[in-house]
Design a protein around this ligand. Structure first.
Ligand code: NI
Length: 137
């Protein structure tokens, strides 16, 4: 059977502060600038979730993308949307919420739930100009 990758795009918005508590305030300001603002700032995030697998002979799908949407909403979006990523999100507890760290946390939450397809890539847009990608390694 052919192996195909299918992608679902989901959006959420959230507040955060880029801050490493192991560093001094001065060092945080030097490294992170405006992103270290103690009173938070927000982003409109876009998460692109790609799954790869055989095309099912009955459905013609790698995976029903409505089902994938439901999984991603349940595992990550519902936790993060309209939340403060530093304070309120279980999958980010103790994690400095850079786009890099968010995408890895999303991977760990989503990957166990997409079988028999496999999660092959996450792309997280933090701004129109910046995105990060993670493929599980
Ligand atoms: Ni930011």
């Amino acid at each position: 059977m052919p192996i195909v990758t299918a992608t679902r795009r989901l959006r959420f918005n959230a507040a955060h502060r880029i801050h490493n508590p192991a560093l001094s305030d001065a060092e945080n300001t030097r490294l992170f600038g405006k992103c270290n603002n103690p009173n938070w700032h927000g982003h409109n995030y876009t998460l692109e979730v790609s799954v790869t697998g055989e095309v099912d002979s009955i459905t013609g799908y790698v995976m029903d993308l409505g089902q994938l949407r439901g999984i991603v909403e349940r595992e990550v979006i519902d936790q993060m949307d309209h939340r403060n990523l530093n304070l309120e999100v279980e999958i980010l507890r103790g994690i400095n919420p850079t786009a890099e760290n968010i995408v890895v946390a999303c991977w760990n939450a989503i990957a166990p739930h997409v079988a028999p397809a496999t999660l092959s890539k996450l792309r997280l847009w933090e701004t129109e100009n910046n995105y990060v990608e993670y493929a599980g390694h």
